[in-house]
Design a protein around this ligand. Structure first.
Ligand code: AMP
Length: 257
């Protein structure tokens, strides 16, 4: 089953007034995962690959902002316009706005196919609010995957990253070049460099990660949910390592009857 092509994630990207093009199949024990790791470790790519394997929906807060950015100015609320300004600079969008946006989309957390959160939570306040929201919804997280990569490799990955305007597929100028320069292999959309992948924004994003997101590693370690995976190698290798780690993880965490 290829959820990526079949499910347009409209309920997440556009909000609760929109309906997803297809709902993932409900499974008895859905995966409810958070992906952590500095910008550039490949969380988005892994979320898309894991979506294919585990059928849990890819929920990226960054994708919600990018979808809003492609709307016409007059369709954007003043709060969203201001959020997009933070994003352009490479800064984190304030917690209150991000949390309101996620709460509005809590149906996606209840989705019977499970979820893979990518880019959220990013601060302790977001992590604590997510825990409260999950408790209210009577849901629990399966695991939090922390992708690790040396900083020089992160900078090289971000600097060469190319994203498709239309389907959001990610390529890389040297590591994963498209077949035709500037054109997406999947949908033939135009490839572009994200504004926040420019060198000055990369620096700000890595600083924001150290300051705000690193503490989450301790938070989830204390909660007994942290699973660390080395983000080295090609995406398929990293995905295979993740699946092996998740299978072992689930085997260790099977509830005793
Ligand atoms: P990403 O695609 O996850 O790297 O997100 C791109 C940008 O969107 C970030 O650099 C932030 O400006 C903003 N953003 C996405 N998710 C969050 C979040 N959970 N908290 C604050 N800002 C966010």
């Amino acid at each position: 089953m290829d959820n990526i092509r079949r499910n347009d994630r409209a309920g997440w990207l556009q909000g609760p007034s929109a309906t997803c093009s297809s709902l993932p199949v409900s499974v008895p024990d859905p995966w409810r995962l958070i992906l952590l790791g500095a910008p550039g470790v490949g969380k988005g790519t892994q979320a898309a690959l894991l979506n294919k394997e585990l059928h849990a929906c890819h929920l990226s807060t960054g994708d919600v902002f990018r979808a809003a950015k492609s709307q016409s100015e007059c369709d954007l609320t003043p709060a969203m316009k201001s959020a997009l300004e933070y994003m352009r600079r490479g800064d984190l969008v304030p917690d209150a706005f991000v949390l309101a946006m996620v709460r509005e989309r809590s149906a996606c957390l209840r989705c019977g196919g499970g979820f893979i959160l990518d880019g959220f939570p990013r601060t302790l306040e977001q992590a604590e609010s997510l825990s409260d929201l999950m408790k209210t919804e009577l849901l629990s997280l399966t695991a939090v995957i922390n992708y690790e990569l040396p900083v020089e490799q992160i900078v090289a990955r971000l600097g060469g990253r190319l994203t498709c305007e239309k389907c959001k597929a990610v390529f890389h100028a040297t590591e994963r070049p498209p077949k035709i320069s500037g054109t997406c292999d999947i949908c033939h959309g135009k490839l572009y460099q994200r504004e926040d992948d420019r060198p000055e924004s990369i620096r700000i994003r890595l600083e924001a990660y150290d300051r705000s997101t690193l503490p989450l590693i301790q938070f989830y370690k204390r909660a007994g949910l942290l699973l660390t995976v080395a983000a080295t190698g090609v995406p398929q290798e990293i995905c295979a390592k993740t699946l092996t780690a998740l299978t072992a993880w689930r085997a260790r965490h099977v509830p005793v009857a």
